[in-house]
Ligand binder design. Structure first.
Ligand code: FES
Length: 88
């Protein structure tokens, strides 16, 4: 168990504590947030949503620099590196 961060799913009104090694998608699903996903390997963009804060995207293989610059993230492979606000 490493460091944890507070992740808020803004539209759903749900906030959860997420370990730095846990994927944001998995944490949200566990808390009952309805989140779209498909491959869960950073390869399809089904889970792509705007995220405020620092989220590890080192395994987000298919996201473009423009999408990253616009604040989007693939939450299926996204691990928190700060408290986050997820637009979902
Ligand atoms: S579910 Fe496919 S990239 Fe996240």
């Amino acid at each position: 168990m490493g460091r944890t961060y507070r992740v808020t799913f803004v539209r759903s009104g749900v906030t959860v504590e997420v370990d730095e090694e846990e994927r944001v998608l998995v944490a949200g699903l566990r808390a009952g947030v309805a989140l779209a996903s498909s491959c869960r390997q950073g390869m399809c963009k089904t889970c792509m949503v705007p995220v405020e804060g620092i989220i590890d995207q080192s395994q987000a293989y298919i996201i473009s620099d423009q999408e990253l610059a616009a604040g989007y993230a693939l939450i299926c492979v996204g691990r928190p590196r700060s408290d986050l606000r997820v637009d979902a």
